[in-house]
Design a binder for this molecule. Structure first.
Ligand code: AQP
Length: 327
């Protein structure tokens, strides 16, 4: 299968990005044709600092590499370096129903959190750009967390509509969502998803020190019930901790529940902190090594661009021709 997915370079990634998306990418890269993008054009739809953006792109690439994405197996590249992403987004925008874009949950949630003058056309258009990202590579499957499911569904409907209206052009991709860790919740507010920009204090970041991880986990919001029980509906905070523990241990949340059956919240949090620290520290060491070689990272991303762009060009040309535009 051809696989496409991406992450916004908006600061350090967190354990939600890893469990919801990257963990799946690592499994997929061995047997599939994978494109993993750094979606910088998406990053500029919410407030950002222009003088930090390039560094954030390199940082995210360093995380991709430290976590095990292998440029020998996967194509790693920067979205804005392949201008066909923006070009196809425009073409798809002309068939994207305005009402459907206005109903996108991420747009509504982000708009609620931003000041009125920060809500821009790019944020509204985000799902169309994401559809272009995916469809450019004739993608068959998109591994993402649950929060992106609606956008992949829109991508499917835009591909189907385009194919119906102008003739067969795009493959219609399916979404790949992990079973249990599709939505890792904020440690501070389990009603919300863990997010690097919306709620950084509720996130376990891959750049956090051991002390920060421990403090963050020990302060995690749970409930006043007794006993350790995996119940995402009634006890979302506790279920979130069990989910993270289970996913890192490659066991099911109910197995994690059994393991901690006779423990207190404090015991669970202590053990989860240790587990997270042991998992994150070696990745941080790898990350520091990569960050000392920015030129090597840039060369990998350029190699990725050189592989991705001809495919993207071919698809855009087909789409333009089908629409009657001069290619
Ligand atoms: N809490 C989460 N649980 C599971 N998966 C998650 N993802 C994000 N948060 C969680 C998945 O990570 C991938 C990349 O996300 P993104 O950086 O493109 O943007 P996002 O979805 O908007 O994630 P954040 O953390 O909230 O980033 P910011 O703060 O930059 O907006 C996606 O596959 C996403 O599903």
């Amino acid at each position: 299968m051809t696989i496409f997915s991406g992450i916004r370079p908006t600061g350090s990634i967190h354990i939600g990005n890893y469990l919801g998306a990257i963990k799946n990418w690592l499994d997929l890269q061995d047997n599939h044709d994978c494109f993993f993008c750094i979606v910088d054009l998406h990053a500029i739809t919410t407030p950002f600092q222009p003088n930090r953006l390039q560094e954030d792109v390199v940082r995210l690439a360093a995380f991709y590499l430290s976590l095990g994405l292998d440029p020998g197996k996967s194509t790693l590249f920067i979205q804005s370096q392949v201008k066909e992403h923006a070009e196809l987004a425009w073409l798809l925008g002309t068939i994207a129903p305005f009402g459907e874009l206005a109903r996108m949950t991420q747009y509504k949630e982000k708009s609620r959190q931003l000041k009125p003058d920060q809500i821009n056309g790019g944020l509204f258009y985000y799902p169309v750009l994401m559809a272009a990202d995916i469809l450019l590579y004739q993608t068959e499957a998109v591994p993402v967390g649950e929060d992106q499911q609606q956008h992949v569904e829109l991508t499917r409907s835009l591909a189907q509509k385009f194919n119906r209206q102008f003739g067969q052009t795009f493959k219609v991709p399916k979404v790949l969502i992990p079973k249990e860790q599709a939505r890792i919740r904020s440690l501070r507010d389990p009603e919300r998803k863990m997010s690097k920009t919306d709620d950084p204090r509720g996130a376990v970041s891959f750049l956090d020190s051991a002390e920060e991880i421990k403090a963050n986990v020990m302060r995690a919001v749970t409930d006043s019930e007794k006993g350790i029980k995996y119940d995402p509906e009634k006890r979302p905070g506790l279920a979130n901790l069990l989910t993270i523990y289970a996913a890192l241990e490659n066991i099911s949340p109910s197995e994690a529940e059994q393991k901690f059956a006779d423990c207190s919240y404090r015991d669970l949090k202590e053990e989860l902190s240790q587990q997270l620290i042991s998992f994150i520290q070696p990745i941080q060491a790898e990350y520091q090594k990569w960050m000392k070689q920015p030129e090597k990272i840039k060369a990998i991303l350029e190699e990725g661009r050189a592989k991705a762009q001809p495919i993207a060009q071919k698809t855009v040309l087909q789409a333009k021709n089908k629409m009657g535009l001069i290619g």
